[in-house]
Design a protein around this ligand. Structure first.
Ligand SMILES: Cc1cc2nc3c(=O)[nH]c(=O)nc-3n(C[C@H](O)[C@H](O)[C@H](O)COP(=O)(O)OP(=O)(O)OC[C@H]3O[C@@H](n4cnc5c(N)ncnc54)[C@H](O)[C@@H]3O)c2cc1C
Length: 348
């Protein structure tokens, strides 16, 4: 049997960020990812670099895979365009995940690709991971929306939105802006996005109420011709309880998300950094008693902000029916956030 202090299940942006920082701490761990390559799940590939007092670049420490930085998001509504001033990075997510793995491996991380975990059994204070035959003292679920680690911890699945995306060559829109369509004739209880990457566009559509989705997606597909669409569930609950005895959850597995827009790249990275710091503390007493509660303590400030966003999102995206009222709310959000980001830029 192969033994490690820590096993991470899932090598998406959360698991890879975690492994980078665990490797920096010199921890004994293994990461198991079922796919042979990176970025196998749908994503719009946009990243908000400054949020909740964190800076993406402090965590990522590279420019690899950053294709463009745009400052204006043009929100197209039935009542006119709203221009949000907020830095957004257009990325090549395959490269971002590859770069995180490279940094982690350089620091000594053991990242194993093509290793699907099929079963995990608790054995006293340890976990037996099958079919790999690995025994670990601490288990981290970075295994996305359908997390098997979360199930093992007895934590229920979050509510979800659905989204699909594709890459297209040409869109007749200003390439120097990010575009969001926030209109009931495009999709009710959701939005479509047009993200201008270096050469192509990442275009997608998502709904906070999945049963509304198909009808609008069919219409969207008539407008946007693409060979292949990729889709996935997006957690939109408040952050879930992210720990149990000997277990920690990070990223989509724990609904670590900005649920108002279904964006989880940066929050997964932030929570993964916090998870690494928590594991470093837990390791100091030899993982005794599998007590992971310190992780919840350390997550609290970020969880508070994700909860605040959730409360807003629940009302704005799922309760309010009037398109005009949603527009008025969005207008206010745009004003407040544009001012915040402009002031922040002045300070930098
Ligand atoms: C259509 C769409 C568009 C989106 N657009 C954006 C966006 O523009 N910006 C943004 O910030 N967020 C976006 N998101 C959300 C974002 O993609 C996720 O929040 C983020 O990817 C979460 O990262 P993660 O590592 O937690 O999970 P994932 O990226 O899902 O990674 C989980 C990993 O675990 C692996 N895994 C699962 N089970 C096992 C197993 N049993 N054994 C081994 N490996 C396993 C999977 O293969 C996967 O690689 C979008 C989501 C969707 C669906």
């Amino acid at each position: 049997m192969e033994r490690h202090d820590i096993a991470i299940i899932g090598g998406g942006i959360a698991g890879l960020t975690l492994s980078k920082f665990l490797a920096e701490y010199g921890m004994d761990f293994v990461l198991l990812e079922e796919h042979d390559g990176f970025f196998k799940k749908a994503c719009g590939e946009g990243i908000t670099p400054y949020i909740f007092g964190y800076n993406f670049f402090d965590i990522y420490e590279s420019n690899a895979g950053i294709e463009r930085r745009l400052n204006i998001t043009n929100i197209h509504t039935r009542y006119g365009d709203l221009k949000l001033y907020m830095p957004v990075l257009m990325t090549d997510k395959e490269k971002i995940e590859g770069e995180l793995a490279r940094q982690a491996r350089k620091r000594g991380a053991d990242i194993r690709m093509g290793e699907k975990v099929k079963n995990i059994r608790r054995d006293g204070d340890e976990f037996l991971i099958e079919p790999q035959g690995i025994i670990a003292k601490l288990l981290v679920g970075a295994d996305g929306f359908f997390s098997m680690v979360r199930k093992l911890a007895g934590i229920k699945q979050p509510d979800y939105a659905v989204g699909v995306e594709t890459l297209v060559e040409n869109i007749d829109m200003n390439r120097d802006e990010v575009h969001i369509e926030y209109r009931n004739d495009v999709i009710k209880y959701g939005y479509s996005w047009f993200f201008p990457k270096k050469e192509k566009w990442n275009v997608g559509i998502g709904s906070f109420k999945p049963h509304h989705f198909k009808e609008y997606f069919d219409k969207f597909k008539e407008r946007i011709k693409a060979e292949r669409w990729r889709g996935a569930n997006i957690p939109i609950s408040k952050p879930l309880k992210s720990y149990a005895k000997g277990i920690m959850l990070v990223g989509d597995a724990a609904s670590h998300i900005i649920s108002s827009i279904g964006a989880g790249n940066i929050t997964s990275m932030i929570c993964a950094k916090i998870a690494a710091d928590a594991i470093n503390k837990i390791s100091r007493n030899g993982f005794n008693g599998n007590d992971t509660r310190i992780y919840a303590e350390m997550l609290k400030p970020v969880v508070k902000m994700m909860k605040r966003d959730y409360n807003f999102a629940f009302v704005a995206n799922r309760i309010i029916k009037s398109e005009y009222i949603r527009y008025r709310i969005m207008k206010k959000v745009v004003e407040v956030n544009s001012e915040y980001y402009r002031k922040m830029e002045e300070r930098v």
